[in-house]
Design a protein around this ligand. Structure first.
Ligand code: 5GP
Ligand code: MG
Ligand code: MG
Length: 188
């Protein structure tokens, strides 16, 4: 059963209801807990879309983990990734010798994470893995190994659970697709 929200009338479709997201986050948290047993992983949330996922995921990880954040943006106009990425906010922590887990909302072309992977590997972490709530495999331009994955979604622009359209809908508990009249079709 799902709660109604005032944003729900803007959706054409609820793709992943909140209860399914929460169940998946618990599963991912258990996997991370198993794999990093005895370690103190650093979960790196990618601003801003990864924030909701990170905040739920970290509470599903039964380990003494730490968190940090990065904000990155693609160069150029539009929201399509160019592959050239700018670090707007870097980590506070030195990740040399740390077990680092990147926590991202969605892998689309893969260009952002591919750049981020290279940038962080250069800092010599003990390990570096990716946890993404969503992936759109049909959109991939570069291969990306996502060790912890929530859901595969079709090539549609989704909002909710951290993902925005023009800054809004991040606080929607479900993941859904906007109605065309709400969604200007300005991105991608
Ligand atoms: P990539 O470099 O993989 O193409 O870009 C990934 C980023 O694009 C995501 O972190 C997210 O910010 C944005 N993005 C990709 N697909 C969607 C989508 O369906 N909805 C929203 N709101 N953002 C998306
Ligand atoms: Mg993002
Ligand atoms: Mg966005």
């Amino acid at each position: 059963m799902r709660e109604m929200t005032s944003m729900e009338p803007d959706l054409r479709e609820v793709m992943i209801p909140s209860a399914d997201i929460q169940a998946k986050v618990r599963e991912l948290g258990e996997a991370v807990t198993r794999d990093y047993a005895g370690e103190r992983p650093l979960l790196v949330g990618i601003l801003r879309g990864g924030v909701v996922f990170l905040s739920d995921l970290m509470r599903a990880v039964d380990l003494p983990c730490e968190i940090d954040f990065m904000d990155i943006s693609s160069y150029g106009a539009g929201t399509s990734s160019s592959g050239v990425v700018r670090i707007l906010k870097d980590l506070e922590e030195d990740i040399t010798g740390r077990h680092v887990l990147i926590v991202e909302d969605i892998v689309d072309t893969g260009l952002t994470l591919s750049y981020l992977n290279r940038a962080l590997l250069a800092r010599k972490p003990a390990s570096l893995e990716i946890c993404a709530l969503l992936t759109k495999p049909s959109r991939r331009k570069v291969p990306i190994e996502v060790k912890y994955l929530g859901f595969e979604v079709p090539d549609e622009f989704v909002v909710g659970y951290g993902l925005d359209y023009a800054g809004a809908y991040r606080n929607l508990p479900d993941i859904g697709v906007l109605k065309p009249e709400v969604f200007g079709g300005a991105e991608e």
